[in-house]
Each structure stands twice: as structure tokens, then as C-alpha cells.
Design a binder for this molecule. Structure first.
Ligand code: NAD
Length: 423
């Protein structure tokens, strides 16, 4: 899809290649060529008290094959090594790449009901009136319903609390290609007076949950022993690498301290794509971490096992509350084009890409950590950041970074020394 030289080209030549691979129009391409192409009028409509915009690097992860299709993955983030890590993991998973699937895009809206005299009776009344409540909620979003979405179930949960028993009503809403927060919140608000009348209680909070257990995507990939051995330049055998990664996985599975950082690494990749597509990364973060503790102990979002042939199989399942319409997905001019570059056609498809990227990112970190250590991959860009931090400019940045990387001694004191040496 992209040339072998892509990596070594400058940003503008890389843009030429991406524009041609993704069939971007000249106008779309021009938007990427302007730094901070979010103009102030657009930004001013997005949030309050806008006085400027704030640019971040936009990179592209390569070598991704997902369900047999090659995909280019735009990523927005400030951290070095993430784009390279994802691309490397995807390359090692070739030629089969990632197999991904997803559930229907169903979000849950919650209505908190308090002061109910008879909880059991209230639950029965809600169940008996499900059709009427569904109709009322759906009437709030004819556009969503016309696209096959809308409420598909209403459930209730009793909650014992320090302020008495509460009834929590769950509205299951198929959000189709929207993330759905506004749509679901509006529906919850619309049925609250009816819930009050049916239960004799008062409706308090009416808002969706980010713990989107009914809207998940799963991705799997197999990294062969040969690919794994090669990734260490055959300093280790494939079997050694598989075993080292399985040990690393057991650590993350059983220790929340490790699992937390393990999952942070997964979200490095996922958030970067979520941001590139104008989606709500706080929603993704909240959902992912809550999902990681769904069985009572915080654990790894990925799992790893050995195939009968001795290869490494990785798998991830995550909630994917993302959309192609709504929020900033259509207002941010670059978000739409990033979706085009990925060739994403539905919110479910985007969720499957996110799961694949999360798995790739995690594998990259697991492989590096359990073989040569994470610092090596970070070294070059990290060294440049340190050089900038001590005040280096222009050619000095590369000179100081290269020297520190060669010495394997990357720190601010050494960078300052090298800067002063020249001066
Ligand atoms: P939205 O209300 O802007 O747009 C969604 C609407 O688009 C749907 O309700 C539907 O009427 C319409 N639509 C058109 N074509 C559609 C299609 N193909 N599929 C589905 N709907 C289609 O956005 P939203 O998705 O309801 O809400 C997302 C926003 O809500 C994000 O900006 C998020 O940051 C914000 N938000 C999040 C939370 C949270 O995560 N807890 C809470 C409040 C708000």
C-alpha cells in the first residue's frame, strides 16, 4: 500500500503517498498540509471560551491487515514509539494479520429511581409497559430508528445503598453509527416521567454508562515462532520469546499494578485512533478500564496462549463506544478524512480496527519488555525530546540525541554537557 521508503521520507512526501493510497481529493490533502487546520470558527463551535487551537502529531501505522483487508491507521498522539510499535507488531503478524468481530452497537442508558415503595411491583410494572416505554424513547430519535437503531430492551436492577434501596433502569439502545451519548441521554430523560408514574418513585440521574458491555469488539492474531525469533535477530528462539511473553501475560493477568500499565499501553494505540477520528477518548478510557475489572479484579484486557503448533496467539475484547456521526466526528475536518484513510464504513468496523490496534500495541510492548526491554525502542526519539528539553535547537538536536543514543546514556545532564561543549 505504501512504498518501502515511506518511513525514511519527510512529512510532505509521506502525505503524497497517503493521499494517493487513500484517494484523497486535493482539498482533503490540502487540509493535512496546513498545520492546525482546525480553524478558529470551527473550534469556537466545539467547546466554550476558545482562544486558540493546540496541535499534536498525526502519524500513520502501517502493515495492518484486518479481516483480510489492508488498512492504514492514522494516530494522533504525543508519545514516541507508539506508531512504530503498532506497525512492527502488525508486520510480524503478517500475512494473516488480525481477525476481528464485533457485537451490535448497543449502549446502555441508566435511570436512577429512588423512593420506590415496592421495588418488586415497580419492576413488574416496568416490564409490563416495556413496549410503551420503548415507543416513547424511540420517538425522540426518528433518525436513529430510521437507520435500524433504537431501544431493543429495558432491564431493571435493584441496588442496595447507604441511602436505601434504589431501582436502576437500563435502556438498551442500538446506536448504529453514532457513539450515542446524547441520543441515549435524551431517551432516558424522555421516559423518566413514565417511570415515576409506574413505580411511585422519583427519577434522579439519567445518563448512559460508559461500561458498554453490549458494544464490544474482539480481535485475535497469531505471531509465529519464526517471526518472533526473527524479531530478536535470532538472539532468542521463537519458543523462548513465546514463553517470555506468556510469563509477562501471567504477570499482567494476576497483578493489578502490572495490569494497569499493560492496559495503558493498549490505550496508547486505541486512544490515538479515537482522537484521530474525532471520537471521545475519555469515554473509551472509562469503558476499557471498567471492563478490565468486570470479574471483580482488575486484569489485563488482552489474553495470550500457545497454539498447538507452539505459536503465540493474542486476543482482546474491549467496549467500543465510538461513532462515525455525532460529536466531533463530523465537525472536525480531519476526523472525517482519517476515517476515509482507514476506509472505515461503520462504527462496528471502527471498533474492530480499534481492537486490532490495541492488541498490536500490547503485543509490541510485551515483546519488547520480555526480550530487549522497552528503553531501546524509545531511545532515539526520547533522546531528541531530552535534547530539546535542555534548549537544543536545529542541528544540535540530532547531534546531541545521536551522541547520547550511541553512548546509551540519555539524560538531561549529559544533553546539557553536549550542548555546552559545542557552544
Ligand atoms: P449526536 O447526538 O451528535 O449524534 C447522534 C445522532 O445522529 C443520532 O441520535 C441520530 O439522530 C443521528 N444519526 C444520523 N445518522 C446516523 C447513523 N447512521 N447512525 C446513528 N445515528 C445517526 O452524538 P451522540 O453519538 O449521541 O453523542 C456523542 C457525543 O456525546 C460525544 O461528543 C461525547 O463526547 C458526548 N457525551 C459523552 C458522554 C459520556 O461518554 N458519558 C456523556 C455526554 C455526552
Amino acid at each position: 500500500m505504501l512504498s518501502k521508503e515511506f518511513k525514511t521520507k519527510g512529512p510532505s512526501a509521506r502525505l503524497d503517498e497517503i493521499a494517493s493510497a487513500a484517494n484523497l481529493t486535493p482539498e482533503e490533502k490540502a487540509l493535512f498540509a496546513q498545520y492546525g487546520s482546525l480553524d478558529s470558527a470551527v473550534a469556537n463551535r466545539m467547546i466554550e471560551n476558545v482562544f486558540s487551537t493546540y496541535a499534536l502529531p498525526l502519524g500513520i501505522a502501517t502493515h495492518f491487515t484486518i479481516n483480510g483487508r489492508e488498512r492504514l491507521i492514522p494516530m494522533v498522539l504525543e508519545e514516541p514509539s507508539v506508531v512504530a510499535g503498532a506497525s512492527f507488531a502488525a508486520k510480524l503478524a503478517q500475512p494473516n494479520g488480525f481477525t476481528a468481530s464485533s457485537t451490535e452497537p448497543v449502549m446502555i442508558g441508566q435511570v436512577q429511581m429512588v423512593g420506590i415503595p415496592d421495588l418488586k411491583k415497580a419492576q413488574d410494572a416496568i416490564q409490563a409497559n416495556k413496549a410503551r416505554l420503548t415507543e416513547k424513547a424511540n420517538a425522540k430519535d426518528p433518525m436513529l430508528v430510521s437507520r435500524g437503531g433504537g431501544v431493543n430492551d429495558i432491564q431493571t436492577r435493584m441496588l442496595k445503598t447507604g441511602r436505601g434501596d434504589m431501582l436502576i433502569v437500563h435502556l438498551h439502545v442500538n446506536c448504529q453509527d453514532a457513539m450515542g451519548a446524547n441520543a441515549v441521554n435524551t431517551m432516558c430523560e424522555a421516559i423518566s416521567p413514565d417511570l415515576e408514574a409506574l413505580t411511585g418513585g422519583q427519577a434522579r440521574l439519567r445518563i448512559l454508562t460508559n461500561l458498554a458491555i453490549h458494544r464490544t469488539a474482539t480481535a485475535t492474531a497469531i505471531w509465529t515462532k519464526d517471526a518472533l525469533a526473527e524479531s530478536t535477530k535470532n538472539t532468542l528462539t521463537g519458543e523462548q520469546v513465546v514463553n517470555a511473553i506468556l510469563d509477562a501475560y501471567e504477570f499482567a493477568k494476576n497483578d493489578p499494578f502490572r495490569a494497569c500499565t499493560n492496559n495503558k499501553g493498549i490505550m496508547n494505540g486505541i486512544d490515538a485512533v479515537v482522537i484521530a477520528t474525532g471520537n471521545d477518548w475519555r469515554a473509551m478510557e472509562a469503558g476499557a478500564h471498567a471492563f478490565a475489572v468486570k470479574n471483580g479484579q482488575y486484569t489485563s484486557l488482552t489474553t495470550y496462549s500457545k497454539t498447538p503448533e507452539g505459536h503465540l496467539k493474542g486476543e482482546i475484547t474491549i467496549p467500543v463506544a465510538v461513532g462515525l456521526v455525532g460529536g466531533a466526528t463530523r465537525t472536525h475536518p480531519l476526523a472525517k478524512i482519517c476515517l476515509k484513510i482507514m476506509d472505515v464504513k461503520s462504527a462496528r468496523d471502527l471498533g474492530e480496527v480499534l481492537a486490532s490496534v490495541g492488541l498490536a500495541q500490547n503485543f509490541a510492548a510485551m515483546r519488547a519488555l520480555s526480550t530487549e526491554g522497552i528503553s531501546r525502542g524509545h531511545l532515539k526519539l526520547h533522546a531528541k525530546n531530552i535534547a530539546v528539553m535542555v534548549g537544543a535547537q536545529g542541528d544540535d538536536i540530532d547531534r546531541i540525541a545521536a551522541q547520547m543514543a550511541q553512548e546509551k546514556n540519555v539524560n538531561a545532564a549529559r544533553a546539557k554537557e553536549l550542548l555546552e561543549k559545542k557552544a
